[in-house]
Design a protein around this ligand. Structure first.
Ligand code: NAG
Length: 179
């Protein structure tokens, strides 16, 4: 995972000292309520495990906030869910899905960023089935409301056409536009 572009957040660990507090007050990313490189890595690793492992592992539940929701028209169109709808409206809904039909998606994060205090975006790729690389972009919303960092939301869009072809479906693009 490439995390070089992210600001380090080591000051968050020493905010008990007055000097560190003075520094961090000018630097929102250093405050304990903000994501930094290590907490981003924790959440992205959990995201990858949740989507890629062949079986749901209940130890991952701690990384999903009680307020969790997952929205993706790229999934909705494949799953027959009305476009514009929330895909998984709760933590329980995502866990039920991953338990009964794990995505088992060999997802590789190819770049991370931008991010801010409570959200991080990244680009990923997954190649499986018929072998078309599926490119996706995810924005994770994060919260520390429970006392530790959790994923509060997923907004993800990907190449549904490549995904459908990989799992034996078809996807026919329109002909070339008239010149
Ligand atoms: C579930 O995840 C935990 C923590 O990563 C790990 O120690 C454990 O081996 C996993 N269990 C299974 C069945 O994969």
């Amino acid at each position: 995972m490439q995390l070089k572009s992210l600001a380090l957040c080591s000051l968050a660990a020493v905010t008990t000292s007055a000097a560190a507090a003075a520094v961090t007050s000018d630097n929102p990313r250093s405050q304990q309520s903000c994501l930094c490189s290590n907490t981003v890595e924790t959440l992205l690793s959990a995201y990858v495990r949740i989507l890629s492992e062949p079986k749901w592992n209940d130890t991952e539940a701690k990384y999903l906030a009680d307020s969790f929701r997952d929205t993706s028209d790229s999934i909705n169109i494949l799953a027959g869910i009305p476009l514009g709808s929330v895909t998984f409206p709760s933590k329980q809904a995502l866990i039920a899905h991953e338990t009964s039909a794990p995505d088992n998606l060999p997802i590789k994060i190819t770049s991370i960023g931008p991010y801010d205090c409570t959200s991080v975006s990244f680009i990923w790729s997954a190649t499986f089935g018929a072998g078309n690389p599926v490119r996706g972009i995810t924005i994770l919303g994060a919260t520390k409301a429970a006392g530790w960092w959790q994923i509060a939301s997923i907004d993800m869009e990907m190449n549904s056409c490549a995904f459908a072809r990989n799992i034996g479906g078809t996807c026919v693009p329109p002909g070339a536009p008239p010149s």
